[in-house]
Design a protein around this ligand. Structure first.
Ligand code: 5GP
Ligand code: ZN
Length: 109
């Protein structure tokens, strides 16, 4: 099967500046940000979406990093949204968490 775009980013086949990386996860800016801060927090291992993941440690790690990134970008005081598309609602079939902001309560995006 052809590698997905996020696997190519992971493997440095597509140049990208990483905000964070360790053995299991990585963080980089969305190419088409919907807010001034728009990060993608992804697992390095390819999963099509949330429902494929059995590794609870990985899920916790992704969520904790998302929280940390919100704080690091001052979104914890200025409004943020965390979004996961799945089940066919995702454009990229590789598990990723969107974190974006700042924002208020009144809009969905
Ligand atoms: P999804 O709808 O799958 O949850 O969202 C996929 C996201 O990936 C979109 O927000 C889109 O802008 C972003 N994206 C698509 N291709 C690339 C890319 O090559 N690099 C980066 N950084 N983001 C991408
Ligand atoms: Zn992939």
């Amino acid at each position: 099967m052809d590698k997905c775009i996020f696997c190519k980013i992971r493997d440095r086949e597509i140049p990208k500046e990483f905000t964070y990386e360790d053995d299991d996860i990585m963080v980089f800016p969305d190419i088409n940000p919907v807010k001034p801060v728009h990060l993608l927090i992804i697992s390095k291992k390819h999963y099509a979406d949330l429902s494929e993941v059995r590794d609870e440690t990985l899920l916790a790690k992704l969520m904790l990093k998302t929280r940390e990134m919100a704080k690091e970008n001052d979104l914890d005081k200025n409004g943020y949204r965390v979004l996961i598309n799945g089940g066919g609602a995702q454009a990229i079939m590789h598990l990723h968490i969107h974190l974006f902001g700042p924002m208020d309560q009144t809009t969905l995006l």
